[in-house]
Design a protein around this ligand. Structure first.
Ligand code: GAL
Length: 419
């Protein structure tokens, strides 16, 4: 049974979805940045399900991990009065777009489909503006992961590091053996993704939140932040010299091919391992980023829905929102994407070990306080504040002579200026 047949079979079982041969077929134009191997497979699942309902899918893919390029293109389209039906917009930026009057209410679909019961309240809040749903959550990514090629670690007789000091010891062994310890791409959002994992390790979830959610200067401008920068510099010293501009999935490819041992990256990296036909626990390992095992930096993908004039297209847009939260889509998509479902009622027994670990950690950290939003992926602040942080972190990462005290001052000044 191929994937299309499976998808159609799943659709036939779902009462929530429209039957085939939908009389009111429309077009949905969907802006996203899912262009890597794993991401594209995941996006294709959504397209297939929309097409199966009779709608036309207009793909508006703008390449570039983390979505910076996609957001620039979206702004141009929106300003010229021609936004797509749906755009991958995340976190606090959803509210910014809603405030400007671009987004439409999804309250009717949300009420019919019981979204308030299906989605964790903390995530539902992010999808709403002034109490109305204007976006639909797609999935939950855990960002603080370490991806490991076990065969490469075995070459130097090393175990998966669980603390930063262990990471440095393992990385030194790998370096001495002529192996690249850490696969990385020198792009601002990737630098920030690694910085965020180190910040969580050094600060712990409480101070992480005080710094990056509450913008508390006592933590931002502190000795602990200096230590974060110092440790970040050391982590980055294990990256090879050719990292500048490298895409994240190319870096994942280095781990897959055994050219590098590890990567610190969100679980969209798992989509690459999955697309390569590899099995977790055997061909590759997923482990919490060093010293963050009790924590979970969450990154929720979501589609914000724009105001449209054409009635058929509005219908297609609502079907898109409905489809995204259907159990069938949640399963097919999150397996390909590397994430976990955003619905709380899903049976995880059929998911791989990394996804099961992720769901366990998601549930556990929601109770312990270890669940924190990813600032590198726009869940903790607006893209404006995020951009300020990225600049400081990237300049520091690229400096020949990185100075943690100076970077801490710069971070404080940059965040202060953006508030
Ligand atoms: C994240 C996004 C993920 C993944 C990643 C790399 O910001 O939430 O879905 O695509 O970028 O492109």
């Amino acid at each position: 049974m191929n994937r299309m047949t499976r998808t159609l079979g799943a659709l036939a079982l779902s009462s929530a979805l429209m039957p085939l041969g939908n009389a009111q077929a429309g077009e949905v134009e969907v802006l996203h940045w899912w262009t890597s191997g794993g991401e594209a497979r995941a996006a294709a699942a959504l397209k297939e399900m929309m097409v199966a309902q009779g709608h036309t899918w207009k793909d508006f893919a703008v390449a570039g991990g983390g979505g910076e390029a996609a957001m620039t293109v979206l702004k141009t389209r929106a300003v010229s009065g021609n936004p797509p039906a749906a755009a991958q917009i995340k976190g606090l930026d959803i509210r910014e777009w809603a405030k400007l009057g671009f987004l439409t209410s999804l309250d009717d679909v949300a009420a019919q489909e019981n979204w308030n019961q299906l989605i964790p309240p903390r995530i539902a809040d992010v999808m709403k503006y002034e109490g109305h749903y204007v976006a639909v959550p797609v999935n939950v990514h855990r960002v603080n992961w370490l991806w490991v090629n076990p065969e490469v670690l075995a070459r130097v007789d090393a175990k998966v590091p669980t603390t930063l000091d262990e990471f440095f010891t393992v990385a030194d062994k790998l370096k001495a053996a002529g192996i690249i310890p850490l696969a990385h791409g020198g792009q601002p959002w990737q630098d920030a993704t690694v910085f965020e994992a180190v910040a969580l390790a050094v600060l712990g979830p409480k101070d992480y939140s005080r710094a990056f959610v509450d913008n508390d200067m006592d933590v931002i401008n502190s000795a602990k932040m200096e230590e974060t920068f110092a440790r970040f510099a050391k982590v980055m010293s294990y990256v090879d010299d050719n990292a500048a501009g490298r895409d994240w999935n190319t870096a994942t490819g280095m781990v897959i091919k055994g050219e590098a041992a590890m990567q610190i990256m969100g679980d969209w990296a798992k989509g690459e391992f999955t697309a390569a036909g590899l099995t977790p626990g055997k061909d590759y390992l997923c482990a919490p980023a060093p010293a963050t095992s009790g924590d979970f930096t969450f990154n929720v993908d979501s589609f914000a829905m724009f105001k449209l004039n054409n009635e058929d297209n509005v219908k297609a847009q609502k079907d898109l929102a409905r489809t995204i939260l259907s159990p069938e889509f949640q399963t097919v998509f999150t397996k390909a994407k590397g994430s976990i479902p955003v619905r709380t009622d899903m049976d995880m027994s059929d998911f791989d070990a990394c996804a099961q670990d992720s769901m366990d950690a998601f549930r556990a950290t929601a109770k312990t306080g270890g669940l924190v939003p990813s600032f590198a992926h726009g869940l903790a602040n607006t893209s404006y504040v995020q951009g300020q942080i990225f600049d400081v972190v990237t300049n520091f990462a690229n400096s020949d002579n990185p100075d943690p005290a100076e970077a801490t001052d710069q971070l404080a000044a940059a965040i202060q200026a953006a508030l």
